[in-house]
Design a protein around this ligand. Structure first.
Ligand SMILES: [Zn+2]
Length: 74
């Protein structure tokens, strides 16, 4: 049984994790790979930074926007 994910699989899981939490096993294997693979560690850091910045922008935007300017379908 291969416990190491490929870098390609890790990239998939990283972006998937932004939308939904991973299972415990996936999470552990992902972290195991990240602890041993500096390249994927950088990717994870960048994805996290982008995600955090986007979330911040969206919450700021909601606060700054006047209620009337928000799309009615929200
Ligand atoms: Zn890797």
């Amino acid at each position: 049984m291969n416990w190491m994910y490929s870098c390609k699989r890790v990239a998939e899981l990283l972006s998937q994790r932004l939308d939904e939490p991973l299972g415990l096993i996936d999470e552990m294997r992902l972290r195991l790979h990240l602890s041993m693979c500096g390249n994927c560690g950088n990717v994870a850091e960048q994805l996290h930074a982008v995600h955090a910045a986007t979330a911040e922008l969206m919450s700021d935007g909601l606060e700054l926007d006047e209620p009337g300017s928000l799309p009615p379908s929200h």
